[in-house]
Design a protein around this ligand. Structure first.
Ligand SMILES: Cc1ncc(COP(=O)(O)O)c(C=O)c1O
Length: 325
């Protein structure tokens, strides 16, 4: 099950979904109905799982799409089952994530309600791990809780799925009938894969500044010596977090150039004093490879105080996505 929510983690939902299907995915998963509609036609509608927390008022729209719907509550189940269509639902069980999902004690009665509703079909049962990448004990407790709850369900659970990428990588024995992989599909957080995305911009201005001159908002960088400073056409509106002020580097002409000063809405400034020949129009790599040098989304996340997921999903709409096979 390819998780392609949030515009395919910033890469474009449809291209990521198509690539995942070519690679063997037979289901797609998203957070919202709008995201599900964007995928219409790529797989049978029933094989698009809307995982997010829908509210009962959205039931008619959910039913109209023909998608599989994640259900955590009696209220949503009743609202979905109200019409003439038979809606495939995936009952979510909260085994410790504490976000969505019916608590295990309620799961059997919710499963029964779904099973007995003419307008609903229990097509799947699922849970989500809180710390699959970092906490084996908790993950095993959650998995055991999930299996116990399934054993007491009293009805056919349908397609059983629990693992995200981190769990699929570490605990293949927990794969059950499907895994829901998102970040791994795009070459992040999975050893041996290479990132699908490169994020690049261009130098739009180059200047020499004297020792002591400052650069950017708040004047938080001052040239320690006479320096060459290049301005690059990418800013926080495009997903370069303001936390990057004076942190980390980009690549230009195959070399590292430190990010200096504050991040502006539309621009960053970089120190190219030791990179010879930098000129307007030079390509700047924010994520990706340039010669032998490489920057990953995980590197950028480290400099930004966040995770690769946020780095990728924060890439703004004015950054043009271009695809190659
Ligand atoms: C419920 C659920 N399942 C699966 C995933 C996919 O996670 P990952 O991208 O870590 O594979 C997510 C992503 O946040 C999710 O919310």
């Amino acid at each position: 099950m390819a998780v392609v929510k949030a515009n395919g983690y910033g890469h474009g939902a449809v291209p990521v979904a198509r690539a995942a299907i070519r690679g063997g995915a037979t289901w797609l998963a998203v957070a919202t109905l709008e995201e599900a509609r964007e995928l219409t036609g790529l797989v049978h509608a029933e094989r698009i799982l809307v995982m997010g927390g829908l509210i009962p008022a959205q039931a008619p729209a959910a039913v109209a799409g023909g998608f599989s719907i994640g259900v955590s509550s009696f209220d949503l189940a009743r609202a979905l089952g109200d019409g003439d269509e038979v809606v495939p639902v995936h009952l979510k069980i909260d085994t410790g994530m504490g976000r969505f999902g019916a608590v295990p004690d309620e799961a059997a009665s919710l499963a029964r309600l779904i099973d007995e509703s003419p307008g609903l079909r229990l097509a799947g049962t699922w849970t989500h791990f809180a710390s699959a990448g970092t906490d084996e004990v908790m993950t095993r407790v959650q998995f055991d809780r999930f299996l116990e709850t399934l054993a007491g369900l009293g009805v056919d659970p349908g397609l059983r799925h629990a693992c995200n990428s981190a769990a699929a990588l570490r605990y293949p024995e927990m794969a059950l009938d499907a895994v829901r992989a998102g970040i791994a599909l795009i070459g992040c957080e999975w050893p041996g894969t290479s990132p699908a995305m490169a994020l690049r911009s261009v130098v739009t201005h180059v200047k020499t500044v004297a020792a002591g001159d400052t650069v950017g908002y708040g004047a938080i960088w001052a040239a320690p010596v006479r320096s060459r400073v290049a301005t690059v056409a990418i800013g926080y509106a495009d997903g370069v977090f303001r936390a990057r002020a004076n942190r980390g580097h980009v690549l230009v002409r195959g070399q590292q150039a430190p990010l200096i000063g504050a991040v502006s809405m539309d621009a960053i400034t970089i120190d190219v004093t030791v990179v010879p020949g930098v000129e307007v129009g030079d390509v700047v790599t924010v994520i990706g490879s340039d010669g032998d040098a490489r920057i990953t989304a995980e590197d950028v996340a480290g400099w930004s105080g966040t995770i690769s997921y946020e780095v990728l999903t924060a890439i703004g709409p004015r950054v043009k996505r271009r695809y190659s096979e």
